[in-house]
Design a protein around this ligand. Structure first.
Ligand SMILES: *Cc1c(COP(=O)(O)O)cnc(C)c1O
Length: 220
């Protein structure tokens, strides 16, 4: 099936309140353009330089999401254009994003990445840590970022119950944090769910799914 057909099949199953991020990492611009021409405007990449290169080559009405692990020294390359950074997992990183956003006179939306998986390798902060950051004075001083939600990645496993448990943890974390409304923190997004588990994620409360291989085919 074509990228356009894949995209339409997925879009037809998504509830109105769920946003689709087309994860295009490793794929050529021609593939992304196929999705673009089929109406897709939000693309997710996990490498900053790759995203910056594609941003340069593609139409400017695309919203670019950084979904991967972010190194602080590379924030400057995406600060002029990035639409949403999913994987923010430390206060230090928030500070750097704020600093770079200020240079471009922008406010950059961020999601706090919460560690929901049991695997040691998965990045993210504990729910308690997220809460402490959002309540801190230092955080309230960051005028050029806005925390708009949370993001999580479930354990890579076939055990559906395990995945469901982790998705529910992210939803519960969101429900706790949403009460902490400040100038630069207004939670509305729960980014969870990929090709293999986005339907389960939506059933558990996801409002944003990050789907790659089901749209663009397998990656090498
Ligand atoms: C690659 C990736 C995805 C998409 O994975 P698929 O299984 O191809 O849908 C989603 N989220 C993150 C953080 C990723 O790195």
């Amino acid at each position: 099936m074509s990228i356009k057909q894949n995209l339409n099949n997925i879009k037809n199953t998504l509830p109105e309140h769920v946003t689709l991020v087309a994860v295009s990492k490793t794929k050529p611009v021609s593939d992304l353009m196929e999705a673009y021409n089929a109406g897709q405007r939000i693309f997710g990449e996990n490498k900053i330089q790759e995203m910056a290169g594609k941003h340069e080559q593609m139409p400017k009405d695309i919203e670019w999401h950084m979904i991967g692990h972010v190194q602080r020294n590379k924030v400057k390359y995406m600060a002029p254009f990035v639409g949403l950074i999913h994987g923010v997992e430390s206060f230090k990183l928030l500070k750097e994003i704020n600093k770079q956003a200020l240079k471009h006179n922008r406010v950059i939306d961020c999601l706090l990445q919460i560690k929901i998986a049991e695997e040691e390798s998965k990045f993210g902060m504990r729910p308690e840590e997220a809460k402490n950051i959002l309540l801190s004075q230092d955080f309230s001083a960051l005028k050029n970022i806005k925390v708009t939600g949370v993001m999580g990645m479930a354990t890579f496993t076939d055990n559906t119950e395990q995945i469901e448990k982790e998705f529910k943890l992210l939803k519960a974390t969101f429900d706790t944090l949403i009460t902490l409304k400040t100038e630069n923190c207004k939670l509305q997004t729960i980014s969870m769910g990929m090709s293999g588990d986005y339907q389960l994620a939506i059933a558990c409360g996801s409002t944003m799914v990050r789907v790659g291989s089901s749209i663009f085919g397998y990656r090498n």
